[in-house]
Design a binder for this molecule. Sequence first.
Ligand code: HEM
Length: 240
Amino acid sequence: MSQQPASPITHRLKNDNWDLHQIAERGGTPESMIKGTITREGFADYLSQAVHIHRALDVALFKAIVAMPELAPLVKESEFFDQHFGADLAYYNAEPATDLHPGVARFVDHINTHADQPLHTFGLHYVRLGACNGNRFVARKLRSVFGITDPSAGMMSQDPFGEAQRTQWAEFKEGLDALDLNDAQRDELFEGTRAAYLLTINMDHEEFQSAEQLLKDHGKTLDREVFEQGHSVHVPASTN
Ligand code: HEM
């Protein structure tokens, strides 16, 4: 009997995570960034914390491509994020924080304890790369609020790829879909994406809230149609 071809893994990564994505957009820091209510100092503080997450993920990503060389062609040098956070920190005259917020320490710890699982790590990376689709809107808003006119200044962490964003994201997804993954490997990748959304939502929280708790709290207000039409701001429904 012939087997059904597996549906593209990126459909699952997108379609089965829309609920956590909608919650993530509403969270304190992302919401204050997309609405432009965050101050310049607040943004610099965010960078000084988040840089630790991206550094840890860069190291784990490097280990992942060594352990699973078929992942290597999917990763461009510009997709390691420490360099982008470093450039923005320099722009705002800020340094990496020495005292980590509990939500940031938790995220770093998760990355380090899963660094021996290449596909889980790749799921974490998928979400930071995918988030640049929305972060381009964040960058546009914050450039206008902070009065930044140079497109490469102060927003590299949010908009590192500029006009190449959409093509680069589409190529990355095509590369993922072309991998020959078994069901367990697909689950490991999916779990990485789920964890990334959850840890991002919890970045502002002292106490960790599980997916079950978050979905219970937000349940009645989650709306897939509204989400797909325009996210938390009016953005075109099809941007990728
Ligand atoms: C700040 C508010 C945000 C807005 C306005 C926003 C908006 C968007 C938009 C317009 C897209 C592309 C269209 C689509 O694929 O449906 C997108 C994709 C994506 N965003 Fe967001 N986003 C936000 C926050 C976040 C956050 C905080 C995360 C990470 C936790 C995130 C992760 C992703 C991912 C992974 C994708 C790719 C989806 C996929 O194809 O799997 N976004 N976002």
